[in-house]
Design a protein around this ligand. Structure first.
Ligand code: GLA
Length: 356
């Protein structure tokens, strides 16, 4: 078994941490890139999580140990340096803006969330660190505040102009439920899983590539689309309006977002009615929309989705930002083994991350 963050902390710093916290990774079942368009998403937590153990220091140093991310060292108020310590520096800086007066910290991190794979290891690191620091500073921050601070770390310290989905589901959801989130109001509804079907997550064997620049450029393209359509966000546009967009690329991007929001709303109904067959169809449609209109898929992800379909899966789609990482596959519970074996045989670099 992997060493916990508390044991890692004791081993590396030869003293006890003051606090231990954790946060889960997530898988988004449908509703991709809709969050930064004020739209709808349908994520759920995965069993894998990030654990952090923290102790305050009396100077401004930040010292971090992590088996996955390596050793890191920096100083509060210094420039970001592209290492994972930027997340921690961001968390301390933003918690201090909320009224805390933290200096540096010692931190140990352990994780079984696959990194750069569309399963939100970054949000889990942000949420677990923010929870630890706010508690050490006696700040009572609610889950929306924690999620917004996590998102701010991405915007201001990492350079990804992400939406709110990952941080909000990590901070708000209970393990074992699906959250339907309206990313405009930030209200959410808890939904149950299908009774006779389950979701499997397969890693393509390829980590995400070019994600920050491509991600930010998709966001810009959707902003151009909403300004052309004179709506505050694509959440408020309808599919008939896209013909007013002359630029082919911008039109395709808008088509994905608007149609994806519709699919999430239909998917919510399917979950409420326990209709896995219809939900599966929406997943395949969503994948095609991401591959052809939003252009965030990859050869490996397409092959995984196709192999799952041929093997008899009810639905499959890439999950997360895209450009590599994972697919989520809906299968009848009676076919978990047979479909998994068939997919892995056709895509030998792939592996099963988890079953929900
Ligand atoms: C990343 C971002 C999220 C969301 C997804 C795509 O995970 O952090 O805000 O945009 O991509 O749905």
């Amino acid at each position: 078994m992997q060493m916990g963050s508390k044991d890692l902390f004791i081993k590396k710093f030869s003293q006890l941490p003051e606090i231990n916290t954790s946060a889960h990774g997530r898988v988004n079942l449908i509703g991709e890139h809709t969050d930064y368009n004020n739209g709808f998403v349908l994520p759920t937590l995965i069993p894998q999580k990030i654990n952090v153990s923290v102790r305050r220091r009396n100077d401004k140093k930040i010292l971090g140990f992590s088996k996955d991310f390596g050793f890191g060292e920096s100083v509060l108020d210094s420039q970001t340096d592209g290492t994972w310590i930027d997340f921690i520096k961001g968390a301390i800086t933003l918690i201090n803006k909320e009224g805390a007066n933290l200096l540096g910290i010692d931190i140990a991190v352990t994780s079984d969330v696959p990194i750069a794979s569309g399963l939100s290891s970054s949000a889990a690191l942000e949420v677990s660190s923010l929870k630890a620091l706010s508690s050490l500073a006696n700040l009572d921050l609610d889950e929306i505040k924690i999620a917004k601070l996590g998102q701010k770390i991405e915007h201001e310290f990492i350079g990804t102009n992400c939406g709110i989905m990952d941080q909000l589901v990590s901070a708000r959801a209970e393990f074992g439920e699906i959250l339907f989130i309206d990313c405009e109001s930030l209200n959410s509804k808890h939904l149950n899983f299908f009774t006779n079907h389950t979701f499997l997550i397969f890693h393509s064997g390829n980590k995400r590539k070019l994600s920050t620049s491509e991600y930010n450029s998709r966001k810009n393209e959707t902003e151009i689309a909403s300004s052309l359509l004179k709506v505050s966000s694509l959440r408020h546009a309808n599919i008939n309006q896209i013909n007013n967009i002359k630029d082919k690329i911008i039109r395709k991007r808008a088509k994905h977002i608007i149609s994806e929001n519709q699919r999430v709303l239909k998917g919510v109904k399917d979950l409420e009615e326990n209709n896995a067959i219809n939900f599966g169809k929406l997943m395949y449609e969503s994948h095609n929309s991401m591959a052809n209109d939003y252009e965030i898929s990859s050869t490996e992800l397409n092959k995984l989705v196709e192999s799952a379909k041929v093997a008899g899966a009810t639905g499959a789609r890439l999950t997360g930002a895209g450009f590599g990482g994972c697919v989520v596959v809906l299968v009848p519970k009676s076919k978990i083994e047979i479909i998994s074996k068939s997919v892995i045989k056709k895509c030998p670099k792939s592996f099963l991350v988890t079953k929900l």
